[in-house]
Design a protein around this ligand. Sequence first.
Ligand SMILES: *Cc1c(COP(=O)(O)O)cnc(C)c1O
Length: 383
Amino acid sequence: MTAGASVAPRVAFGALREDYAQKRAAIDAAVARVLASGWFILGDEVARFEEEFARYLGVEHVVACANGTEAIALALQAAGLRPGDEVLVPANTCGPTLAGARLAGAAPRLCDVDPETLTVDAARAEAAWTPSLRLLLPVHLYGGVADAEGLLALAARRGATVVEDCAQSHGASWAGRMTGALGRTAAFSFYPTKNLGAYGDGGAVATRDAAAAGRARELRQYGWTRRDFAEHEGRNSRLDEIQAAILRAKLATLDAENRRRREIAERYDAAFAGLPLRLLRTRAHTVPSRHLYPVRVERGRRDAFQAHLASRGVETRIHYPVPLHLQPAYAFLGHRRGDFPVSEEACDTIVSLPIYPTLSEAQVAEVIEAVRGFFDANPGSRP
Ligand SMILES: *Cc1c(COP(=O)(O)O)cnc(C)c1O
């Protein structure tokens, strides 16, 4: 090998090819079944996936749709959002949370997050309250459950509606109830890297409310209440049969895969406990889905930390580098640096380590060794 040639990392950040290799028989059979059926849009596979995922979540209705961003828009509209209504969104999240809210016509009201979990809690939601705030859009970021108890109580007290962003929390729960079953409606993404991922785009709205489900169902297909008859203005936001068949096959292993993710997270937590790293806390009475495993390093040391891990063959990523209020697209909200200090600090210091079900014990040990090696060479204080 020549110097400078790119080498496959020993521990890649994701492993979708390995995941497919493990599930190949089931996935290939699912795709072949759809191809042979001659029916590709809103058929049996979508209907059965909706039933199966609803049963998994413990809700009455799931309405599958085109992607997670659309699911957020549909979930807000189905929950009663009218254009111009204020919706509370955490500043520390993935951009599509806000993109989806804007598609639905929401007026965003941003808030900061709790420094231990980096998700929204009732105290921060209340601090950002305005009289025109009608909906809360908490994000179960990284697969950690937001302050469900506090936010549901706050919403009930203030007459507001909770809509969950569950794009990273498939299978995570609070007090024995799945995320996606906690608010009026909830949005899921099946982007390929999510804990439950399609082989393309996909999303879904979950709800116990039949009227909300009906509204989402109309909106996702041209506003039709019956063929060629539009009661309300709608659009095309459908999940296709091939993706639905793949998701049915993959739902079967979601719980086992989440258990493996939690096992890896526990190994990391134990190995890193004494290092100058700040680990995320998991809220009481919650079971996280461990979609990501972010740690925070001392300010100014992130580049060196990532470079050291890369030199040991360990890929890392940043989730997320810029909080919503500092994204140029949302300059019209009038915020500036300093407005949401916890989110800003997180974006400046956070690094995600590899965590996925096919990660081997040897790879987990390599990640731990690489992280320890950095601090052996560069001791520092806990951020
Ligand atoms: C992935 C993700 C989305 C968007 O999902 P898409 O399917 O890519 O549109 C929304 N919110 C969060 C928190 C996400 O991680």
